[in-house]
Design a protein around this ligand. Structure first.
Ligand code: SAM
Length: 287
């Protein structure tokens, strides 16, 4: 299904500037920067290519809310925001100058300082390149890790606890391959439960990109790490996102994570500062 036009303050601000300058048209994006289009400025508002007119007051509102993206339907704006009854988390699509991230219960799900969410994703993926064979992505979110891994993997299985995450992803132009790519299988469920259903050694690579410890402590547990080890094939590698390893949260968290990964059987647990995480390997047993 085609997406409705989507706007954030990154588009609204230059459009309002063009209006102040008396322009009658302006080039903008209605899909958060994936493509650009020319729109007309009228006395009452913005005339979109699909025939909708959005009044100036609505555009001022988009411009004034830096934490949200808005759909435009029937000439009205709607913030992209979901409250999940499963987790009780409020989730919004959070704009950046590049691809958006999500804000979940007050926490951003990708890095945005001096980096954008897609660059952040590529750094995570690069730590366990080459990505080949079957990949497990433990936390779908906006699907960026799953989409990026699917470029070279044979298949990606991605798990998301919160159906609200997928409601948001469905409206995100940058997440669409998550729904179109036949190499990606989505599972809605708790990764700590779903993982028990996979056969031993099923995956060549695992991308573990959990939310911060206070939102998903079970994803940092010894029991979960034992399952990650079990489902990873010999010679396989795991990337585990943690957060800035030089921050007090990162250095505190990484110590326990490394200890529990080694206890679970992983070898060669290596810190990857540039990707805010670490890589753990399951050794190949010879003979
Ligand atoms: C940091 S985000 C993942 C971002 C994702 N890798 C991407 O590229 O967009 C973490 C996600 O984990 C989900 N989550 C939290 N607990 C979970 C669990 N037990 N099982 C599966 N997903 C979980 C959250 O809802 C959130 O969407």
């Amino acid at each position: 299904m085609p997406l409705p036009p989507i706007l954030s303050h990154y588009q609204a601000s230059p459009i309002l500037e063009a209006r102040r300058k008396g322009q009658s048209t302006v080039t903008t994006s209605l899909d958060l920067g994936r493509s650009s289009v020319e729109v007309s400025l009228t006395a009452s508002g913005l005339l979109l290519p699909d025939g909708q007119e959005l009044g100036w007051a609505a555009l001022e509102k988009v411009n004034g809310d830096e934490n949200k993206c808005f759909t435009v339907e029937g000439g009205a704006i709607q913030p992209i925001i979901v409250h999940s009854p499963t987790t009780n988390w409020v989730r919004t699509l959070y704009p950046t100058a590049a691809a958006p991230t999500t804000l979940v219960a007050g926490f951003l799900m990708h890095r945005i300082k001096d980096i954008d969410p897609l660059q952040d994703t590529r750094r995570k993926i690069a730590t366990i390149a080459p990505i080949t064979g079957a990949v497990l992505d433990t936390a779908t979110g906006l699907g960026y890790t799953a989409i990026e891994a699917a470029r070279t993997a044979t298949h990606v299985t991605t798990i998301e606890l919160d159906a609200g995450a997928l409601e948001i992803a469905l409206l995100n132009p940058w997440s669409q391959p998550l729904f179109d790519n036949p190499k990606i299988t989505q599972i809605i469920g708790d990764a700590t439960e779903e993982i028990a259903k996979f056969a031993d050694g099923r995956f060549n690579r695992i991308l573990h990109d959990p939310p911060t410890f206070s939102l998903g402590g079970e994803l940092y547990s010894a029991a979960f790490y034992a399952q990650l080890y079990r489902v990873l094939g010999q010679g396989g590698r795991l990337f585990h996102y943690i957060g800035d390893l030089s921050s007090s949260y990162g250095s505190r968290t990484v110590k326990g994570v490394v200890r529990r990964l080694l206890d679970a059987g992983f070898s060669r647990v290596v810190k990857k500062d540039e990707a805010f995480g670490l890589v753990a390997t399951k050794l190949k047993v010879e003979g």
